[in-house]
Design a protein around this ligand. Structure first.
Ligand code: NAP
Length: 178
């Protein structure tokens, strides 16, 4: 059975934030182009399972409209136990147990959507296979940092770097096997 990879795919300001402190992400619109999806459609085609933190989930819901991950298994990390919300299930145990559930059956890759607290749960345990980070040409000045502080260094190798006309640069890294 092919290994189901765990992937981060996220946008960040040049100074390393994924949102303003109040959760505002309107600055992401500065690179929106009608004819450019920055590889998202191709990326999401590799995914059948999405994991996000509760705050990101609430942000997604606040946009209204159709849930963007309809048709995919979706798990929201929350320390408060909750009944499923349609196709979305809530999870409060150790994240490696969640991954083990998926990896015992065949499927596509697993997308850690964010935010930084959710990513940190996987990063600290060395569970992320690739990081695709789209750096936007903006300095936010303050906000929620993509990566939380950690006592563990994680050496990475760059596997792809794509500059776009909008000024966004997309970098993909993988941990160096030790
Ligand atoms: N720039 C981008 O591409 C991008 C992408 C994604 C998100 N964002 C933004 O990031 C912001 C949110 O990021 P964030 O880091 O503050 O929050 P987050 O990771 O989205 O959610 C944090 C919540 O996840 C739950 N959680 C975290 N670790 C857990 C664990 N081990 N077990 C159980 N539950 C756990 C907790 O929920 P409870 O409080 O319910 O216990 C915690 O409050 C939003 O503004 C969002 O829009 C930006």
């Amino acid at each position: 059975m092919q290994k189901r990879e765990v992937k981060v795919y996220i946008a960040v300001s040049l100074d390393g934030y994924i949102a303003h402190s109040d959760g505002n992400i309107e600055w992401l619109d500065s690179v929106a182009r009608p004819d450019e999806d920055y590889g998202y459609a191709a990326f999401i085609e590799t995914i059948d399972t999405v994991i996000m933190g509760r705050k990101t989930y609430e942000k997604v819901l606040s946009f209204g409209g159709d849930f963007p991950h309809a048709g995919r298994d979706c798990y929201v990390l929350s320390r408060t136990e909750r009944a499923p919300d349609g196709q979305v299930r809530f999870f409060s145990g150790p994240v490696e147990e969640l991954l083990n559930q998926f990896r015992s059956r065949p499927g596509k890759d697993i997308f850690i959507d964010g935010g930084s607290e959710a990513i940190d749960q996987f990063r600290e345990k060395g569970l992320i296979d690739s990081y695709t980070v789209s750096i936007l040409p903006i300095l936010l000045g303050e906000g929620i940092p993509l990566f939380k502080e950690s006592k563990k260094e994680l050496p990475l190798k760059l596997v792809k770097a794509i500059p776009f006309d909008s000024g966004l640069v997309q970098l993909t890294y993988e941990p160096i096997d030790e």
